[in-house]
Design a protein around this ligand. Structure first.
Ligand code: GDP
Length: 459
């Protein structure tokens, strides 16, 4: 990342709405010290430099005498804006031509094209939000279910940050007491009560561990539950997938094993996303292409958090079914046992399977699909998902928390063993460092580059 990215003296401009999208209106965002004067120089209407913050003005954007568009201009005077800089949002008619004309006009007046995520980067650099909140902005925009929306919203509003801030403050307090001891090292004094320190570190460690554990759940809320539909060829996996997705996505075929490629798709059940991974079956086979499919299926199954195990009693007897269930059990992943083609089954035919307590469905006739959806929800154990709790959804955060946890364990070891104060202080500082990486108290250019380059332009 070049240094100029961190130059907040430039005035930057970008289209904030989706480029190429249909719709009546587009919004162009301008931010930086000269944002208001710059827009004012091409705006005919009120003198924008004399207007209050948070006001909207109608007028025209002109290139010389030529009117490019009639627009609405929203004014945000520093520091009362997203970026904490002077900012202007120009609502124009959504024409590619108009947008390009206005962007190039503003650039001619001295603005520069914003880099990806640069508005949010500035919001972070100017202290309007911490790093984890800035990351949540991207998550919020990407959210596609009630659950992912809720966790991103909570993170953006600072739920996670506040929890970390409290932990840091407690640690800073003890770190400074211990560092004080270093100044008096000749005199063998202890300012930091070791019992209190130990209690505190254990308490913080417990919170950190809980946050780390929340990641599995957070990941599910954010990215969806990976589900594999498993079963032999022709049991109706593709048909079921179609029934669930309610559209013809997978190739349904009467020929055994034709669904060779794994197909991923998503459905949303009561706010939770389930990502389906259709499979080529779990049978043993000599066929080379098919064997690859089987290998991949096993790989996929290991990635699943939930398996829908489908079988067809018109193909397999109870012994064969039980054998497959044993195989699935070895994976140690929750699974639901589904008997498909219930439309073909008499009461009598169902008898042998009673002990398995399967769910009967007909993928073809779309029977039992709602019950299956309920069962899927039950399996992800919604009762344990409380989105009011802080949940970690970001791999970068969980890694920093793991490093924090390791440092805290060293501190705990240090308290119980004859370790000198300077080492203890160092380990506490280390824990603080890793906590700071999450909120951005500690950052590097590379880290910021890595995070913000994944944003779109205009965010
Ligand atoms: P896959 O190989 O497991 O993906 O199985 P398919 O979805 O391709 O289905 C194999 C055959 O079973 C197709 O002819 C489907 O129409 C049929 N089939 C699937 N589900 C049902 C069902 O619920 N009832 C009946 N009668 N046939 C079904």
């Amino acid at each position: 990342m070049s240094n100029s990215t961190f130059n907040t003296q430039d005035t930057i401009v970008a289209l904030a709405t989706s480029p190429g999208a249909q719709g009546a209106i587009a919004v162009i965002r301008v931010s930086g010290p000269d944002a208001i004067t710059l827009v004012n120089s091409v705006f005919k209407g009120k003198d924008l430099t004399r207007q209050k913050s948070h006001t909207i003005h109608f007028g025209t954007i002109r290139d010389g005498e030529e009117i490019i568009d009639e627009v609405l201009v929203s004014l945000f005077v520093a520091p009362h804006s997203y970026t904490k800089e002077n900012s202007v949002e120009i609502s124009t008619h959504n024409s590619k031509y108009i947008i390009e004309r206005i962007l190039s006009l503003l650039i001619r007046q001295g603005a520069r094209s914003a880099r990806p995520g640069e508005f949010t980067l500035r919001a972070f650099l100017n202290g309007s939000m911490d790093l984890s909140q800035a990351e949540a902005v991207a998550d919020l925009i990407a959210s596609n279910s009630a659950a992912s929306h809720q966790v991103a919203m909570q993170q953006m509003r600072g739920g996670f940050s506040n929890q970390l801030k409290k932990l840091r403050e407690d640690l800073v307090h003890f770190a400074s007491l211990i560092e004080l001891e270093l100044d008096f090292s000749e005199e063998d004094v202890e300012f930091a009560n070791r019992d209190q320190l130990k209690a505190l570190i254990m308490q913080i460690h417990a919170v950190v561990l809980k946050l780390i554990q929340s990641f599995e759940q957070g990941n599910v809320l954010k990215n969806g539950v990976p589900v594999v539909i498993a079963g032999k060829p022709n049991v109706g996996k593709s048909t079921l997938l179609n029934a669930l997705l309610n559209e013809e996505r997978a190739i349904v075929s009467d020929i055994a094993g034709t669904t060779r490629d794994t197909i991923e798709d998503e459905i949303n059940i009561k706010g939770i996303t389930f990502r389906f991974i259709d499979t080529a079956g779990i049978r043993e086979t000599e066929d080379i292409i098919e064997a690859k499919g089987v290998e991949r299926t096993l790989e996929k199954m290991k990635q699943a958090r939930l398996i829908i195990y489908l079988f067809d009693p018109t193909q397999d007897d109870i012994d064969a079914v039980q054998k497959q269930i044993e195989e699935i059990r070895t994976l140690n992943i929750p699974f639901v046992t589904i008997i498909n083609k219930s439309d073909l089954l008499t009461e009598e035919a169902r008898q042998p399977y009673a002990a398995l307590q399967p769910l009967y469905i007909s993928a073809k006739e779309q029977q039992g699909i709602e019950e299956l959806k309920d069962e899927l929800l039950k399996q992800v154990n919604l009762a344990n998902i409380n989105t009011d709790d802080v949940v970690v959804t970001n791999i970068r955060h969980v890694e920093a928390l793991q490093r924090t946890s390791e440092a805290l364990e060293k501190v705990l070891y240090g308290i119980d063993n004859p370790v000198t104060s300077d080492f203890l202080a160092m380990d506490i500082r280390q824990a603080l460092h890793h906590l700071g990486e999450i909120t951005g108290t500690v950052t590097t250019d590379d880290l910021l580059d890595n995070i913000f380059s994944k944003f779109c332009i205009g965010k």
